[in-house]
Write a new protein. Structure first.
Length: 147
């Protein structure tokens, strides 16, 4: 009788272990924000854009398509292919060059910006809309740079 009960407990334990699927994988929408804006000598803007992965799994970001507004005025678009591998709950940065519209002229004050559009990932596959509103401040000692 003891052997029968021991065998039954062993089989039940194996069944329970087989049912476990491990940690839950959450894929959450990522976002992008501007970490730094630098005006180049030719008038173009160099943007350092931070892509934040809120998922608990690694993501490979393959493209971004976003409009940029500065102080309420459309400044241009960032449309480019990416090959950015970002671990879960982490971020990475890429650079992009933007030729701003003629009406946008940053001064020596804070810049309010809105970056909005979509980010595509190839692993796991998905297309995510995002919108980020924030401010950049002039960087002391670095003329033409906002962070």
């Amino acid at each position: 009788m003891k052997l029968h009960a021991l065998l039954l407990v062993g089989i039940a334990s194996l069944v329970l272990v087989a049912c476990g699927s491990g940690p839950v994988k959450r894929v959450s929408p990522p976002t992008a924000s501007i970490q730094e804006l630098t005006i180049q000598p030719d008038g173009s803007w160099n943007l350092k854009i931070r892509v934040q992965n809120f998922s608990n799994v690694p993501m490979t970001f393959s493209a971004i398509s976003a409009g940029l507004e500065v102080n309420g005025i459309a400044a241009g678009r960032v449309d480019r292919a990416l090959a950015l591998d970002v671990p879960g709950e982490s971020a990475d940065i890429f650079s992009a060059t933007l030729s701003p519209t003629a009406t946008v002229r940053p001064g020596d004050t804070d810049l309010a910006y809105r970056l909005h559009g979509n980010i595509e990932s190839s692993e796991p596959a998905g297309k995510f809309n995002f919108e980020r509103k924030s401010r950049l401040s002039p960087t002391p000692g670095l003329p033409g740079t906002w962070r």
